[in-house]
Design a protein around this ligand. Structure first.
Ligand code: ADP
Length: 741
């Protein structure tokens, strides 16, 4: 009894996909048998001569087709018996399929039907096309049933013969499944091919049907990625635990709740879910998608939109193939670099529509990733769209990222380095990983045995800086340090204060919770005022050198545009690009941008359309340091200067300072004559450091040309040239020899 029950149980479901396929072939055999029997029964009523014609079309055959086609043989008892057997087998198959699915046995055919909403008729068509790929006998059988030795492949006509019986109306209705827009062809499950043996070309009915190779593999249980997608798409099969992803935990929880709800039983609406992640490179967009896939226990299929659009003509085909793959692998789709689609031109708009259409058809869960925000209007249908901003992680997350990335270092060093680097650079976890790897490779290339050094890591971090900044700003290599700049002690100590604010930013804002109190203004805004050449740029360089940060001097001639709104756009771009690099932004001649509206001179009129409040807002949002320099403090808008954290006035150097500046400008290696009289130079010439620098350089070249030793005469000649250049009166009494006489 027990044994009998077990046997019953066994036969009530399919143990494997192959068992099911075998049953489907049995059913197909019966269908063919039915067709053969009907054919033979019909031929019995035909003339003997007609029945024997195989290789050419005879008059008799044509007569028979015209007169006898439609003659009904369906009631024949043998056929009825066959039909009964077919019905029984079909019922058995259906029951077993249901039971197998309940037990979680993978059956490819029902899955395929489910994914692409195929009707039983369409699925049966797929089986007809599958059979010759499984057994060669179907080549012969199909040729036999099609009454043509050359027609071994299944055709539209054969499918209709096998599945529709004799009624023309049924056949014509069924033909809709062979249209290009029907699921079988839109999803590329079947392809058609003309009958090459027929020199006059094939009718639609005579077209051959071929199963797509990827679908064939799928039906055989081989679910590897479509060969046509290799190089375009990549599958990430390993589920990632979302806990370890360095993204704000609030964002993670929100996303998990959202996806859980969307795919839960309580939400049977079956709408597509599209999640758009935007944030700087390396912020964890793909990681997050992988984490969500981990929770849903599905793989992630990643594609690059820029790569797809590199071959525009294949765009839709490749995208459709990829999304179909997403269904076959039950993978979510991840489209990276989708910013390219946001361009405001008709071509891109058309591509967006195409993408939306494919997502609407096949995309159960799609991630779109880019750096820019996006709020599509009227693009998607039957799609739930969510956009999520992923900002540069805050200090604690950066700290964790650094500790992870510096895994090889000893615990104490790791902690110390991580704290400094996390504080100094607003890098994303991806960039942190890359920077650590870069520093490690650098160490290895130098064949150094010791651990990675902090300066190497600083260099690596700066390398991660956003290079796009260079389009609108000039990167200044800062070589100056504290020993080079000559300023009154009070000014130097103010500059040191600025540096220490940056160094201890994390402690104050992070550990001591001040960032909770301030929503903006966490960055440092600094204003340097003073006459030209008094060391404002130099001081910015000293700070950048001290803090090991990149310094970018904004090129106002590129940034400022006469077109309304264009300048704001450019500035906004600069701040956005600078965000990740944590660079120091240096705006020279800032009065041109931030000056009083009423007092702008003609030369500055072209800047007059800039909204000061907009600039202020951008500066306050920016978490790095912004240094503004102006020669004319009084020209700065008061409302603006009030919001600046540090204002340092650079004095015109007095005699003592000038003497030091003169001396500091001669390098150790320079061949100096004994008689350089710094006292005379500093007393006699009321010039700023900038001029001194030029004069020294002039003198050096003059000396190189004659004599090879830099003497007082060279310096005096150099000074005269500088005076001439700047339009300053050159007085004969300036001549050193006067002093001597
Ligand atoms: P600013 O930005 O105020 O117009 P810079 O910083 O560009 O002036 O100065 C130009 C050059 O003059 C510097 O590179 C440096 O060589 C020299 N210089 C100016 N001020 C000083 C200073 N206070 N100490 C030492 N050198 C100075």
């Amino acid at each position: 009894m027990m044994i009998h029950q077990d046997k019953d149980k066994e036969s009530s479901f399919y143990k494997s996909n192959y068992d099911h396929l075998a049953d489907e072939l049995k059913k197909l055999d019966l269908l063919i048998q039915q067709q053969v029997m009907a054919f033979r029964l019909r031929t019995q009523v035909m003339q003997e001569a007609v029945a024997s014609q195989k290789m050419y079309i005879s008059h008799e055959e044509v007569d028979w087709m015209l007169n006898m086609n439609g003659s009904f043989v369906g009631d024949h008892p043998e056929l009825q018996k066959l039909r009964k057997r077919l019905e029984t087998l079909q019922n058995q198959i259906s029951a077993r399929v249901t039971e197998s699915m309940r037990k979680g046995v993978f059956l490819a055919l029902p899955q395929l039907a489910h994914f692409f909403a195929l009707s039983p008729f369409e699925l049966q068509t797929v089986i007809i096309c599958l059979a010759p790929e499984l057994q060669r006998k179907y080549d012969k059988l199909y040729a036999y049933v099609q009454d043509d030795i050359t027609r071994k492949k299944p055709s539209v006509d054969l499918v209709l013969d096998l599945l529709c019986g004799d009624t023309q109306a049924d056949r014509w209705t069924a033909r809709t499944i062979f249209s290009d827009h029907a699921p079988l062809f839109r999803a590329g499950i079947l392809h058609t091919a003309d009958d090459l043996q027929s020199p006059s070309g094939s009718s639609d009915l005579a077209r051959f049907l071929k199963l797509d190779p990827r679908i064939l593999n799928y039906l055989l249980g081989n679910n590897n990625i479509d060969g046509r997608l290799i190089g375009i798409a990549q599958v990430y099969g390993q589920p990632t635990s979302i806990d370890h992803i360095l993204v704000d935990s609030l964002i993670k929880t929100r996303l998990l709740n959202l996806t859980k709800h969307h795919f839960s039983m309580q939400n049977p609406g079956k709408k597509r879910l599209v999640l758009h992640f935007h944030g700087p490179c390396g912020v964890g967009k793909r990681e997050l998608a992988l984490g969500i896939c981990g929770q849903l226990n599905c793989p992630l299929l990643c594609l690059d939109m820029e790569l797809l659009l590199a071959h525009e003509s294949d765009f839709e085909t490749s995208l459709r193939l990829a999304f179909r793959e997403g269904l076959l692998l039950q993978a979510a789709l991840y489209l990276d670099n989708t910013d390219i689609l946001l361009k405001d031109d008709d071509k891109m708009k058309a591509f967006v529509k195409k993408m939306a259409k494919v997502i609407g058809e096949y995309g159960w869960l799609t991630f779109l990733a880019g750096e820019k925000s996006w709020s599509p209007k009227g693009v998607f249908e039957r799609v739930v769209f969510h956009t999520v901003k992923l900002p540069v992680p805050d200090m604690p997350l950066r700290l964790t990222a650094w500790e992870k990335a510096l895994g090889n270092l000893s615990v104490d060093t790791k902690k110390e380095f991580a704290a400094q680097l996390a504080n100094q650079f607003r890098l994303t976890p991806g960039q942190i990983g890359d920077a650590a790897e870069f520093a490690e490779n650098y160490r290895a290339s130098k064949n150094r045995q010791e651990e990675i050094s902090l300066p190497d890591l600083y260099t690596a971090c700066r390398n991660q800086s956003n290079q796009k900044l260079s389009e609108m700003a000039v990167k200044i290599e800062s070589h100056y340090s504290w020993k080079d700049i000559i300023l009154p002690e009070k000014k130097l100590s103010q500059l040191r204060d600025i540096c220490s604010q940056v160094k201890h930013r994390y402690r104050v804002f992070g550990e001591w919770g001040f960032d909770q109190k301030l929503s903006y203004g966490k960055g440092l805004s600094v204003l340097f005022t003073g006459p030209p050449g008094t060391g404002k740029t130099m001081a910015a360089e000293v700070i950048a050198h001290e803090l090991q940060l990149d310094l970018y001097k904004i090129d106002l001639s590129v940034v400022v545009s006469k077109y309304i709104g264009e300048t704001e756009k450019n500035l906004s771009k600069i701040f956005q690009e600078a965000e990740t690099s944590n660079a120091i932004l240096f705006f020279d001649e800032a009065d041109a941008l931030f000056g009083k509206r009423t007092e702008v001179s003609d030369a500055h009129d072209r800047y007059a359309n800039i909204e000061t409040s907009y600039l202020l807002q951008k500066m306050e949002e920016y978490e790095g340091m912004v240094i503004l320099a102006t020669n004319l403090r009084e020209n700065m808008d008061e409302a603006f200067t009030r919001r600046i954290r540090f204002i340092i006035e650079f004095p015109f150097p007095d005699e003592t300072s000038r003497s030091k500046i003169w001396q500091s400008h001669f390098p150790k290696e320079a061949p100096l004559g004994d008689e350089i009289d710094y006292e005379f130079l500093s007393k006699q010439f009321q010039v700023a450091g900038g001029n001194i620098k030029n004069i020294v350089l002039n003198a050096a070249f003059l000396a190189a040309e004659n004599g090879g030793v830099i003497g007082m005469q060279h310096i005096l000649d150099g000074t005269r040239r500088e005076f001439e250049k700047i339009g300053k009166l050159w007085d004969e009494k300036n001549l050193y020899k006067l002093k001597l006489s």
